[in-house]
Design a protein around this ligand. Structure first.
Ligand SMILES: [Fe+2]
Length: 229
C-alpha cells in the first residue's frame, strides 16, 4: 500500500471528500470518497478505509446510505457495512456476484428514491464492464463521477503519469484508450452523456485526480468528444 493517511476535506456546503492511496495495476494511485450531508443523514459514495476517518465521519452525522458507483469501486464497503449495519448499500446489480459478502439493497437509481431530490442518480449506459452511475449533488452543482473519466496530472506518481501519457489520459479530464474500448453501445452511452451534460453543474469530482472546481461541464464535454453514436 502507498500512503493511507487520509482526512475529510470540505468541498462545499454539505459536501466533503477524502482520498486514500491504493495500488492499481501495480501503480500507486489515489482514490476519492465523497460524502454529502442530506437532511436526514450522510450519503457515502465509494468509501475509502473507515478506521482513520471514523470519528470525523461520525462528527458529520449519521451514515444513512452507501453507494458503490460501479463494478470496480467496492473495495472498502465491508467495514462500513459492519460499522453502519442499518445503512443500505446501493450498487450495480452485477456486484452481487463479485462481492457475495456484501448486502446489496438495490441499484443506485433505486437508492435515489430513498435519499431524495438533492442527489440525482444518472446511469451511464453502454459500458457493461464498468456499469457506472454518476451523481449530481444539486445544492452545490457538483457532478460526482468515479471511473467515467480521470484527472491525472502533475500531482500523480511518475508511474501513473507515464501510464496516463501512454494511455492518452494525462493532463486533463479524460479516459484511457482501454476504457474507451469498453463502450460497446456507443449510441446508448452518448445518450447518457448528453443527459448528464444537460444538467446544471460546474464542479466535477472524479475518483482519481484533483477535483475540478469550475469549468467541469466543459471538461467533461471535451473528455467525451470522441464518443459518437
Ligand atoms: Fe477507479
Amino acid at each position: 500500500m502507498v500512503n493511507t493517511a487520509c482526512e475529510l476535506k470540505r468541498l462545499a456546503d454539505g459536501l466533503w471528500a477524502a482520498e486514500t492511496g491504493l495500488r492499481a495495476l501495480g501503480m500507486p494511485m489515489t482514490t476519492r470518497m465523497t460524502i454529502a450531508r442530506l437532511p436526514s443523514g450522510l450519503w457515502v459514495h465509494s468509501p475509502v478505509p473507515l478506521v482513520p476517518l471514523r470519528a470525523a465521519v461520525d462528527d458529520l452525522g449519521q451514515v444513512r446510505w452507501r453507494v458503490a458507483p460501479n463494478l470496480m469501486h467496492h473495495l472498502y464497503q465491508a467495514p462500513w457495512q459492519a460499522a453502519y449495519p442499518d445503512s443500505p448499500l446501493f450498487a450495480p446489480p452485477g456486484l452481487a456476484a463479485k462481492r457475495p459478502d456484501l448486502r446489496i439493497d438495490g441499484s443506485p437509481v433505486a437508492g435515489a428514491a430513498s435519499w431524495g431530490d438533492d442527489i440525482l442518480a444518472l446511469p451511464v449506459a453502454g459500458n457493461p464492464t464498468l456499469d457506472e452511475t454518476v451523481f449530481l449533488h444539486r445544492p452545490s452543482g457538483s457532478l460526482i463521477i468515479t471511473d467515467l473519466a480521470v484527472n491525472l496530472g502533475p500531482e500523480a506518481h511518475w508511474m501513473v503519469r507515464l501510464y496516463a501519457r501512454l494511455m492518452g489520459c494525462h493532463g486533463r479530464l479524460s479516459l484511457s484508450y482501454l476504457l474507451k474500448l469498453l463502450y460497446r453501445d456507443r449510441q446508448a452511452a452518448r445518450a447518457s452523456l448528453d443527459r448528464i451534460l444537460s444538467l446544471d453543474f460546474d464542479r466535477v469530482i472524479p475518483a482519481h485526480g484533483p477535483v475540478i472546481e469550475t469549468g467541469g461541464k466543459a471538461a467533461l464535454t471535451a473528455a467525451f468528444a470522441w464518443l459518437k453514436p
